[in-house]
Design a protein around this ligand. Sequence first.
Ligand SMILES: Nc1ncnc2c1ncn2[C@@H]1O[C@H](COP(=O)(O)OP(=O)(O)OP(=O)(O)O)[C@@H](O)[C@H]1O
Length: 246
Amino acid sequence: MEAPPDNDVLWARSLHFRHPDGSPALAGVSLAVREGEILAVTGPRGSGKTTLLRCLSGLVPVRMGEVWFNSTPLHTLGPMRRERLRRDRFCWIDPAPVLVPELNAWENVALPLMLRGAGRRRAKIAALEWLERLDVGDKARKRPYELQQAERQRVSIARALVPAPTVLFADEPTAPLHHADRTQVLRTLTTAARSHAITVVLASHDPGAAALADRTLALLDGRRVSTLHLPDANDTEGRAACSLSV
Ligand SMILES: Nc1ncnc2c1ncn2[C@@H]1O[C@H](COP(=O)(O)OP(=O)(O)OP(=O)(O)O)[C@@H](O)[C@H]1O
């Protein structure tokens, strides 16, 4: 088992994944993500974007293929060590915001810092700064149920950025936002990641995401493809009309 090159923060080789019910999701994906790089993972519905992020982040165990984080072979780690790695080095943004309902917005954002040992005062200052950057500074004292879905997602994004993780996995982070807000939020996310040297793996249908990323990796039916021509809205054949070149 050979460790990946030094400047790759994430590295996968021949990654295969089947869901517990046997459904195939990934069929031999290999990739390398450099430190500080923003990689957009694109592809139609069901192409395996979420599954790829889940494998790379250690959320699910990899049984076929290899996934490395720096010099750590994630595919060999048990659940406890994967969990610790995820807590200490990674952050995750879901397509739908998941916040602690008992905590207000700033407390939700401050939580990962406090879990990593920061004092409440320092964590609060950082949380308020990030809420301002995400344009929800005026909602800092609101509980999640008092916020709109799009505001909750902005709070979730602030919470993922505040601890400056080594790698941020963002699965359709702008899905609950209005179209007009998406580019601005994505720009805030990518600018913040660049200024803090955070590596980002961003799954998205949004063409704006690819435009803001350093590089794009396209998936189709669990495989990497180098060009992907999606069907237009009038094409009733759907995914069958995708042209594939590997
Ligand atoms: N829990 C599950 N059990 C069985 N099959 C699943 C499960 N989750 C996803 N799949 C299937 O695995 C394949 C890959 O799904 P995945 O969610 O990774 O794709 P995706 O590109 O992220 O799709 P979307 O854009 O809709 O989120 C699809 O065929 C999907 O139907």
